[in-house]
Design a protein around this ligand. Structure first.
Ligand SMILES: NC(=O)c1ccc[n+]([C@@H]2O[C@H](COP(=O)([O-])OP(=O)(O)OC[C@H]3O[C@@H](n4cnc5c(N)ncnc54)[C@H](OP(=O)(O)O)[C@@H]3O)[C@@H](O)[C@H]2O)c1
Length: 257
């Protein structure tokens, strides 16, 4: 039995992964953006240990969630799942002045990783679209460029893979991997999504708890329980370090070695 914390588990793949893990006998802690969503989430999965609350678009909310996670005690695994999709029609700025997609998809997993007591395993939800991401932090907040939601999303998902690999390199005692769940019909994926929803939560749950030798690795990207090649930039150590440095500068919090 493992204790697993899943961000963004009020809906979609996060909730599905939680259901899967609870059904396998694991203890799962959920997360929702506010009290109303937390009530919905607890009702959706009453067997969960509890629901942590915080809006991951704001650094204050990220810190709030990390504080609650530490109060709950060390987790065996954390699945960084919360995310914003590629369809924002214009740049949405957060209270911290960041691009919404960057804040939720990249900075939140970074800051939660840095502030939460180190688990045995970390899983970061990326996407096959990361392959079209640009490994550049020039104007990462989209204040100078014309907004392109699909590109901002692809970039954020490349940054997630680079973050997973950077953590794997910096923290050799922790298994840190990224997952592309396929294009599946959640709120984010939309009704036209072509991949199998029932498979969309399998790989992240498996990486979080399984003793299967294929899952007992670190610094890999998986799709449907198989390691896959990534955008080569994700393995570029200089880029990984640049990303960590940028996130540390924005948050005032270092990842640590
Ligand atoms: N669906 C796909 O086809 C697909 C493909 C590739 C990758 N992914 C990745 O898989 C992950 C899960 O996606 P999904 O399809 O399950 O999306 P989803 O159905 O839209 O669910 C996203 C989850 O994140 C939460 N969330 C979003 N913004 C938040 C914020 N500011 N604070 C706290 N929670 C927040 C949502 O809360 P609310 O319920 O309150 O909105 C929800 O629980 C994402 O990282 C996504 O990039 C999905």
């Amino acid at each position: 039995m493992s204790r697993v914390f899943i961000t963004g588990s009020s809906d979609g793949l996060g909730l599905l992964a939680a259901r899967r893990l609870v059904a396998e006998g694991h203890r799962v802690t959920l997360h929702a953006r506010n009290q109303r969503r937390a009530d919905d989430t607890q009702a959706a999965l009453p067997q969960a240990d509890g629901v942590l609350i915080g809006d991951l678009s704001a650094m204050a909310g990220m810190r709030q969630v990390a504080g609650q996670a530490n109060e709950a005690g060390r987790f065996d695994a954390v699945i960084h799942n919360a995310g914003i999709g590629p369809r924002e029609p214009r740049r949405v700025g957060t209270d911290d002045g960041l691009a919404h997609v960057f804040a939720v998809n990249v900075l939140a997993p970074y800051l939660l990783t840095a502030l939460t007591e180190r688990p045995g395993r970390l899983v970061y939800l990326s996407s096959g679209l990361h392959r079209g991401g640009h490994a550049s932090l020039d104007d990462a907040q989209w204040t100078h460029r014309r907004w392109d939601g699909a590109q901002a999303y692809s970039d954020s998902k490349l940054f997630d893979v680079a973050l997973a690999f950077a953590v794997a390199r910096r923290w050799p005692a922790v298994r840190s991997n990224a997952v592309g769940p396929g294009w599946v019909p959640t709120k984010m994926g939309g009704p036209g999504a072509s991949d199998d929803l029932s498979l969309g939560s399998v790989t992240q749950a498996w990486l979080a708890v399984s003793d299967d030798p294929t899952a007992m690795v670190s610094g890999e990207y998986f799709y449907h329980q198989q390691p896959e090649q990534t955008n080569p930039a994700a393995r570029d150590i200089a880029f990984q370090d640049e990303l960590l440095g940028y996130c540390a500068q924005l948050t005032g919090t270092e990842l640590g070695g």
